[in-house]
Design a protein around this ligand. Structure first.
Ligand SMILES: [Zn+2]
Length: 481
């Protein structure tokens, strides 16, 4: 990465995210000293004091905005991209993903995560709300050295290889597995909070209410409170989970979590799509932070998660996330914003739901608040950390740039951009992508390594995948792929 004492980005169209909308400044500039933003305004004004910065970036014809926040992501699963989609939800996790994930070693997670981070970073994601197993080595070897910002969590559950022989029977929980995962989750928080010059933070993640007993669920929440961190949990993720919750507790996930006092503003709840409208309203009322992954859930469950509804119900904090590549296919917030808007407009049969300025805010400042980092990042604002991205607007699909009556930069970023417009990425004041090239990772090697280990995993998993005879396996046997 390139570190400078001071950076001046000038002559750009700024979307600062200050105020209620996108906070645009035409012909704007951002000055950075060390890791902090020290000035934001019209170029003519900012250059007076910061014109002699050590590194100057001319952003003419470019949009300058805060880096995107992917609020819920599992980069470690990138290696199985394209091997688990278009299947019934009940069999996605257990019949389609499991043959692959049972092969995942820490080395696989590192190499998978690296390619997922690279993909997301090159499309402008600067902050990762990452959850996964094997998180300690991934933190050490991917998130700290790559220069990105991350809010990490090690998954805590009581699930072992023998836990789920039949998705229609209650899972078998193993207390010793739960203890080991709990310990490693807490250790991650103790060891990694503040690492990488403060870029990396860590929180706790109870995997889901269906993946562990009530005692451990409550203990994780209690510990998160003691450690002063948020708890990031999967909630009501489809019919498979609902079946488990009804068999075990005789009620839905939301009703169960509410009955044990779990729903409050310490919780980041991901997905929440197997829900009645009244349950979503309850989440909003309790102040729960909502992480919505519309593309992933649309593809895996065939459901639009209730992001529009949550916000209409007064939900205070929401973020969007790309979830995992197998199922979703991407870690690209530009795609995610468009899909989120499109699906929610369709769900509500109302094109005014989630306008492009709101999607931009959910992917930046509001997402930052949702994951507990809103005072540090998410906007171009004096005193915030310098997480800044530049997008080239002088390409055919982003043309024209119009200033009035509607400044069309936010709509064009949300509905037209693909990710390859991102030319430069600065995180914590350091340049980590320059002229579309990542400076912190050897891109060719990252892709080669991912290809090698993914081939190993898929070769190892192939027989088990075909024997499980799920929907996708049957299509393969019919010669359709
Ligand atoms: Zn997830």
């Amino acid at each position: 990465m390139e570190k400078y004492e001071s950076i001046l980005i000038k002559n750009g169209i700024l979307l600062t995210m200050q105020g209620e909308g996108v906070g645009s400044i035409i012909d704007g500039a951002v000055a950075i000293e060390g890791s902090d933003i020290v000035a934001v305004g019209k170029t003519a004004d900012v250059v007076k004091e910061y014109g002699s910065a050590e590194h100057i970036i001319d952003a003419k014809g470019k949009a300058v905005l805060p880096g995107f926040i992917d609020g819920h992501i599992h980069t470690g699963l990138s290696l199985v991209r394209g091997e688990a989609q278009d299947v019934p939800e009940i069999e996605w996790m257990l019949k389609t993903m499991a043959p692959f994930t049972s092969y995942l070693t820490p080395d696989h997670s590192i190499k998978g995560s690296r390619v997922g981070v690279l993909e997301a970073l090159k499309a402008g994601t600067t902050t990762f709300g990452e959850i996964g197993g094997n998180m300690t080595p991934v933190a050490e070897q991917v998130f700290v050295p790559s220069g990105v910002r991350a809010n990490l969590a090690d998954t805590i559950n009581q699930i072992g290889p023998e836990s789920r022989p039949d998705p229609r029977k209650p899972y078998i929980f193993f207390e010793d597995i739960g203890e080991a995962k709990f310990k490693s989750g807490v250790e991650l928080v103790e060891k990694y909070n503040g690492k990488g010059d403060g870029r990396v933070s860590a929180i706790l993640s109870p995997h889901g209410a269906d993946m562990m007993d009530k005692e451990l669920l409550l203990r994780v929440k209690e510990n998160a409170k003691e450690l002063g961190v948020l708890a990031h949990i999967h909630v009501a993720q489809g019919g498979r989970e609902e079946l488990q919750m009804k068999m075990r507790y005789g009620m839905t996930t939301i009703k169960f979590l509410d009955s044990i006092g779990y729903l409050d503003d310490q919780l980041i709840a991901a997905h929440c799509h197997q829900t009645e409208d009244s349950e979503v309203e309850q989440l909003a009322k309790r102040g729960v932070r909502y992480a919505s992954c519309p593309a992933s859930i649309g593809l895996i469950d065939g459901i639009t998660p209730p992001l529009g509804l949550f916000l209409q119900a007064g939900g205070k904090h929401a973020t969007i996330g790309s979830d995992q590549a197998p199922g979703n296919g991407h870690h690209n917030m530009l795609v995610e914003m468009k899909v989120a808007a499109l699906l929610n407009k369709s769900r509500h049969r109302d094109p005014t739901v989630l306008p492009s300025w709101k999607m931009m805010r959910l992917a930046t400042i509001e997402g930052a608040h949702a994951i507990g980092l809103g005072d540090k990042i998410g906007s171009l604002e004096v005193g915030k950390k310098a997480d800044v991205i530049l997008l080239d607007l002088k390409v055919p699909h982003m043309t024209p740039i119009i200033y009035r009556p509607v400044l069309n930069v936010a709509p064009n970023i949300v509905y037209s951009a693909r990710g390859d417009e991102v030319t430069d990425v600065i995180v914590n004041g350091s340049v980590i992508v320059k002229d579309k090239q990542c400076l912190t990772m050897d891109e060719v090697k990252v892709i080669e390594d991912a290809q090698i280990v993914a081939t190993e995993i898929c070769e190892g998993a192939a027989d088990g995948f075909l024997e499980a005879d799920g929907w996708l396996a049957r299509e393969v046997k019919r010669g359709l792929y």
